[in-house]
Design a protein around this ligand. Structure first.
Ligand code: ADP
Length: 605
């Protein structure tokens, strides 16, 4: 967790404080301290002392209307108010007192020196010390002046007690990593037989699938120090500092072996060195240092390097060659069983109503990563608190999936009657086309409550089980379902609206992938026309074909989508009565479940 830092104050502020303290001290504290030594007596005592010739020095302060005087041996100071006394001068003359000014200041020379010279110096030194400490913290620790050297404590992080049991699903990754745990527990066993542990293990997968968690769990299970650093932390402003940090990190790791070094987002330093003009010198030096360090330590030293990335294809081949990061552990998005397990792990932290159907939630959250599932559970708990309940219900979890997918319900979005009608027909169009195609997944829920994401309504489809292979037929049906919304609008209102933009985007993407990547076009056979570059981050595709082929691809994509659009219109025409019936029902209810939908659909007319 990041420590919250207070805003930094400018240096002038500290100087101001010093001057203020000194002024306050001289104006108020000094006179007060001096005054404390003066004893106040009545005028009679003064006259008695004068008559008995007991006075030492006397100072008459006309302005303040008071007399300050000392005793014969100058050991005590007294003060008295002035009376209208015409004989005062004579009286003082007779008493043999010495007339003097500034008795108070002279009273104790030692104390006055102490107060006016030594104390301010002490205050100065104290504030100076405080300031230099502050400045040091600002500059990044006591070693701030030693460039590139970093504090040993910086790297060792707590693995937060995370164990493999906290990471749900991801069984293959855990299995692969448990070997490392075993090695760290018992390196001798491996050394005896001559087996060498991989020096580096690369965890690859989409964001939020638990890569960091897995690395922490390996450290937690093997009970060894955990050195953690993000790739971007190495890249500094000055060339050479990142390399120095790498050296430092490995030096510390070797001292603390057996231990685990975890480098998150390694692509920040490990990118391919492609010799482009804009290449970053600092990054390259850091990478070179990392390569050298990895080569430098002998096998079986007990230092295991784990690194995580979601862009494995962008890594430098030198980094991924055997002897460096030679093992690659995929950490994929969880499947149905994995999602259910992750939900259960996170649900342990919240108070749940008995009988919550996790498998249904897991089915609804298809495609969600571990981090998203954790978020869903938390959103559900927040919703329960907001409603003043003490337990999280199934409805909370279902609603929070929608919140995570489509944003919060927009309470004050005012749609006109006509608009709501269009949205109702649009959504029912999707659902009806999906339901009427035998291979399409059944609908779970249809709603026309606007969401903060901008969706005016949506149809939630839930896949029954795990899907690893998708057939051409299924893809075509999906496209037809996506066009179903617009098809319904055209059929009923004879016009098009802007509401279908997202559907259009998705349908096009699917159709394009079918032709360019899945080899589902008879004309192109099994030729890859597109190359996916960022597999784990949205999957951007780059065309790899001639301009003529591109034109042909575009033509075929349009043809494919048009065919499915026609199919959707046909399905809706055949079921026009049901379309009207369900749309009217949805218009009235705003949200209907899959069962309600199927009931109306299956009712004999
Ligand atoms: P990554 O490093 O892959 O981006 P993290 O390990 O940082 O992802 O995971 C982020 C959060 O998501 C974790 O703190 C955890 O709450 C949750 N999470 C992700 N995957 C899992 C999983 N398999 N089991 C339990 N929680 C998970």
């Amino acid at each position: 967790m990041q420590e919250v830092q207070k805003p930094k104050k400018p240096l002038i502020f500290y100087y101001g404080v010093v001057i203020l303290v000194l002024l306050l001290f001289n104006f108020f504290a000094m006179p007060w301290i001096a005054q404390r030594q003066v004893r106040e007596v009545d005028y009679g005592t003064f006259i008695d002392m004068a008559e008995e010739q007991q006075l030492g020095q006397v100072e008459v302060q006309q302005q303040e209307q008071q007399i300050i005087f000392t005793n014969k041996d100058n050991t005590a100071i007294f003060k008295t108010g002035m009376m209208p006394d015409p004989d005062l001068t004579q009286r003082l003359d007779d008493s043999g007192a010495v007339f003097s000014g500034e008795i108070v200041e002279q009273a104790n020379p030692f104390i006055s020196i102490l107060l006016s010279w030594v104390l301010p110096v002490v205050i100065f030194i104290a504030i100076g010390q405080y300031m230099s400490k502050k400045l040091m913290q600002r500059a990044g620790g006591p070693n701030a002046m030693m460039f590139g050297k970093s504090n040993a404590k910086v790297y060792v992080k707590s693995s937060e007690g995370i164990k493999f049991s906290d990471v749900a699903g991801e069984d293959e990754a855990k299995e692969s990593l448990s070997e490392i745990v075993d090695y760290l527990h018992n390196p001798g066993k491996y050394r005896e037989i001559g087996a060498a542990m991989p020096k580096g293990i690369l965890l690859v997968g989409p964001p939020g699938t638990g890569k960091t968690m897995l690395a922490k769990a390996v450290a937690g299970e093997s009970n060894v120090p955990f050195f953690s650093m993000s790739g971007s932390e190495f890249v500094e402003m000055f060339v050479g500092m990142g390399a120095s940090k790498v050296r430092d990190l490995f030096k510390q790791a070797k001292e603390k072996a057996p231990c685990i070094v975890f480098i998150d987002e390694i692509d920040a330093i490990g990118q391919k060195r492609d010799g482009r003009l804009s290449s970053n010198d600092e990054r390259e030096q850091t990478l070179n240092q990392l390569l050298t360090e990895m080569d430098g330590f002998e096998e079986n030293t007990g230092v295991v390097i784990l690194a995580a990335t979601n862009r494995p294809e962008s890594l430098d081949p030198a980094l991924t060659r055997p002897g460096r990061f030679d093992r690659r552990v995929p950490v994929e998005l969880p499947d149905l069983k994995g999602r259910e397990a992750i939900l259960r792990v996170h649900a342990k932290k919240i108070r749940l109503e008995p009988g919550v159907d996790f498998s249904k939630i897991a089915r609804m959250a298809s495609g969600a990563s571990g981090a998203e599932l954790a978020n869903i559970v938390n959103e559900a708990a927040l919703r329960a608190v907001r409603d003043g309940r003490s337990q999280v219900t199934q409805a909370d979890l279902e609603e929070s999936i929608e919140v995570v997918i489509a944003g919060y319900q927009k309470k004050n979005a005012i749609l006109t009657d006509e608009e709501r009608k269009v949205v109702a027909y649009h959504e029912v169009g999707h659902a009806l086309v999906a339901a009427k195609q035998s291979n399409s997944a059944p609908v779970q829920k249809i709603t026309i409550v606007p969401r903060t994401s901008g969706a005016l309504g949506y149809t939630m489809q839930v896949e029954e089980g795990n899907h690893y292979l998708v057939s051409q037929q299924e893809l075509e049906n999906k496209i037809a379902t996506l066009t179903g919304g617009r098809a319904a609008e055209e059929l009923v209102f004879h016009s098009a609206s802007t509401g279908a933009s997202n559907d259009i985007e998705q349908a096009t993407k699917l159709a394009r992938a079918m032709i360019t990547r899945y080899g589902m076009s008879p004309d192109f056979d099994m030729v890859a026309l597109e190359i996916v570059s960022n597999q784990y981050l949205g999957g951007d595709a780059n065309l790899a074909c001639s301009a003529e082929t591109q034109t042909e691809i575009d033509r075929q994509v349009v043809g494919l989508v048009r065919k499915q659009h026609q199919k959707a219109i046909r399905i809706l025409e055949e079921n026009r009565q049901k379309l009207d019936e369900i749309a009217a029902y949805l218009y009235e209810k705003e949200t209907i479940t899959g069962e309600e939908f199927m009931r109306i659909l299956n009712q004999p007319a």
